[in-house]
Design a protein around this ligand. Structure first.
Ligand code: HEC
Length: 128
C-alpha cells in the first residue's frame, strides 16, 4: 500500500463524510447481498468504494456501484480481492484507521464478509 493512495483514501472519506448522510449513494449499490453484509459494507467500505467516492484510486481498485454489471468471472475476481484485503486486514486502509479506529472491521464483521464472499463466489461459479 503506497503512502499516496492512503492519503487519497483519507481525503476521500473526509469529503464523503462532509457531504452528510449519503443514503442516496448507498441505495445505488444494486449488487444483491444479505442485509447484514450490506450493513457492514455501508458503514465500512462503500464510502470509498462507490460512485460517490472521491478517490479515483479506491474506485479503480473496487467500485461496488458498478459490480452488478460485471461478468460473472469479473465478479468472482473482484470478490476474491475483497476476501484477500479483508482477511489480511488491509481494508479499511491502516492510515485511515489511525484517525478513525471505529471504522475497523471487528473479527465478527471480517468473518461475515469473508463467509459471504466465499458463498457468493461458489454460487457465481455454478451460474453460467
Ligand atoms: C478510507 C477509504 C477506504 C475505505 C473505508 C475502504 N477502502 Fe478499500 N481501497 C481504498 C483505496 C485508496 C484503495 C486503492 C489502494 C491501492 O491501490 O493501493 C482500495 C482498494 C481496495 C481493493 C482493491 C485492492 C487492490 O489490490 O486493488 C479492495 C478489494 C478493497 N479496497 C476493499 C475494501 C473493503 C472490502 C472495504 C471495507 C471493509 C474497504 N475497501 C474500505 C480505500 C478505502
Amino acid at each position: 500500500m503506497k503512502k499516496l493512495s492512503l492519503l487519497f483514501a483519507f481525503v476521500a472519506v473526509a469529503i464523503a463524510s462532509q457531504a452528510g448522510g449519503n443514503n442516496d449513494e448507498e441505495s445505488k449499490i444494486t449488487y444483491p447481498m444479505p442485509q447484514k453484509v450490506k450493513a457492514v459494507m455501508e458503514s465500512k467500505c462503500f464510502e470509498c468504494h462507490n460512485d460517490a467516492g472521491r478517490s479515483d484510486k479506491a474506485k479503480k481498485g473496487l467500485n461496488f456501484s458498478t459490480l452488478d454489471g460485471f461478468t460473472n468471472i469479473e465478479k468472482i475476481a473482484t470478490l476474491s480481492e475483497v476476501k484477500k484485503e479483508v482477511s489480511e486486514g488491509e481494508m479499511p486502509p491502516q492510515k485511515f484507521l489511525e484517525k478513525h479506529p471505529e471504522a475497523a472491521l471487528t473479527p465478527d464483521e471480517t468473518k461475515l464478509l469473508v463467509d459471504w464472499v466465499q458463498k457468493e463466489s461458489k454460487a457465481l461459479l455454478k451460474k453460467k
